[in-house]
Design a protein around this ligand. Structure first.
Ligand SMILES: [Mg+2]
Ligand SMILES: [Zn+2]
Length: 279
């Protein structure tokens, strides 16, 4: 298995829109959402909106049908499948909820590509209403991070993910995201790792303001084609470096010139495990 962990934000990263906004708009409660937004944290407001949707007679199945219409770029689907096939450990870190995320992933055949989904808990109550709870119980205490919303600190979850995979040997992380809380996750990355901010979105704006804060290499992307190309290239680079390291440390003569990655021979020819990167 490749020593690469890719952590994806979900909204405006894997899917092109925000799943919360999509459901609110498609099920016709946008006016109430806009009116209440100044008075409630986003996560609490979404729980309130699920109550409203339920009171209007809409079911969980109606919500699921609406989520299946969410646009997902085909190149993002192929990027996720390729990264998974190459042995990368893929995870999601999102401020949405499991029902929204899993409905969309299953609809596109991506569910089995991810080893873990870190998000706000949700459940369907006895009356058939979706309840959305905070990941972090901010009513009892604060997580203390002023980059993230009160219900979830993405940096704290990144630290937990890193600790949980540390027993499996050296792992290098790539993080893909668009929003302000994704900066908190990106700040936990180390040298030799990769941060992929979506260009012209809040994470990218924040990095442009102060790039020195990030230790990881920064690779911006704008759309599905760029995400696929840049992500698969980074994974290949890490896989090749790992294989070179293995050869160097073995007793055999080093038969492969590790400068190969910059030579005219393609990575895929030299290393059959490498992913074909679209040009
Ligand atoms: Mg996002
Ligand atoms: Zn945070």
């Amino acid at each position: 298995m490749a020593g690469v962990v890719v952590v994806f934000d979900f909204d405006k990263t894997i899917i092109d829109c925000d799943s919360d906004n999509w459901v609110v708009d498609e099920l016709g409660v946008t006016d109430m959402f806009t009116r209440l937004l100044p008075t409630l944290p986003w996560n609490s407001l979404m729980d309130r909106m699920m109550m409203e949707i339920h009171s209007q007679g809409k079911t969980i199945e109606d919500i699921a049908q609406c989520l299946k219409q969410v646009p997902v770029h085909p190149k993002i689907i192929s990027a996720i499948k390729s990264a998974h096939a190459s042995g990368c450990d893929l995870r999601i870190l999102s401020d949405a909820n499991p029902l929204f995320i899993e409905t969309i992933l299953k609809h596109h055949g991506l569910m089995e590509c991810f080893s873990e989904i870190n998000t706000n808990p949700s459940f369907v109550d006895g009356e058939g209403r979706l309840r959305i709870l905070p990941f972090y119980d901010f009513h009892s205490s604060s997580h203390g991070c002023n980059i993230c919303p009160p219900n979830m600190c993405k940096g704290l979850i990144m630290e937990r993910i890193r600790a949980s995979v540390s027993a499996e040997g050296k792992k290098r992380f790539i993080y893909v995201g668009d929003g302000q809380p994704d900066l908190c996750a990106g700040l936990k990355l180390r040298e030799g790792e990769g941060l992929m901010p979506r260009k012209n979105f809040p994470l990218w704006d924040l990095i442009c303001t102060n790039p020195m804060r990030i230790k990881a290499q920064i690779h911006e992307w704008s759309n599905g084609e760029e995400l696929e190309r840049i992500l698969l290239h980074q994974i290949n680079t890490i896989v090749i470096e790992e294989q070179c390291g293995t050869l160097r440390s073995s007793d055999r003569l080093v038969a492969v010139d590790c400068k190969l990655q910059t030579s005219s021979v393609s990575a895929h020819e030299a290393f059959p495990n490498a992913l074909p990167v679209p040009h």
